[in-house]
Design a protein around this ligand. Structure first.
Ligand code: ADP
Length: 169
């Protein structure tokens, strides 16, 4: 039987939607797609307990890539970064769950694979900072901005995974 806090499914879902419906934007960069890492990366996020609410394979336009990385415009590597991202394909996704923004940043590891811990995606699969496989939003506000930039609202799928009651108390 379920723990007592799950007295009714209705109150459970109300509580879940209040506390656990945070969203983040995740993108597997062209190196990750070319290297066949999409399945393993998606599996890691599913294994952690997060749910996917949108996914598409896309060859981003220059405008999209430049807006996405607008905070890095003045960096010397900006042009190379935009050229790399627009080479595609990129696997763009939105993931949902409690503390998903901070937790996915932890799962992907530090920007430079030299300092990202083993066990993280970048730590396990990457070598070079310019080929670090994956992007994930670094704050709740950038997640909101990035989700709106990459997806239409109607592409975000509302669903209630039945496993939630075994992942959240
Ligand atoms: P993160 O992707 O971890 O949020 P940043 O926002 O600082 O990191 O940088 C965005 C991306 O730009 C990085 O993931 C990396 O691919 C690239 N990048 C960052 N710093 C460098 C650098 N010094 N040289 C080349 N590419 C870089």
């Amino acid at each position: 039987s379920l723990p007592c806090c799950h007295s009714t499914r209705r109150s459970y879902f109300l509580r879940w939607s209040m506390h656990c419906s945070e969203r983040t934007f995740v993108a597997i960069k062209p190196d990750g797609v070319h290297r066949g890492l999409m399945g393993r990366i998606i599996a890691r996020l599913e294994d952690k307990g997060y749910s996917i609410v949108a996914l598409k394979l896309i060859k981003p336009s220059k405008t999209l890539a430049e807006s996405h990385y607008e905070a890095l415009q003045s960096k010397p590597f900006f042009a190379d970064l935009v050229a790399f991202i627009t080479s595609g394909p990129v696997c763009a996704m939105v993931w949902e769950g409690k503390d998903v923004v901070a937790q996915v940043r932890k799962l992907i590891g530090n920007t430079d694979p030299l300092t990202s811990a083993p066990g993280t995606i970048r730590g396990d699969f990457g070598v070079d900072i310019g080929r670090n496989i994956i992007h994930a939003s670094d704050s709740i506000s950038s997640a909101k901005r990035e989700i709106e930039l990459w997806f239409h609202t109607q592409d975000l799928i509302e669903w209630n995974p039945t496993l939630h009651e075994w992942i959240y108390e």
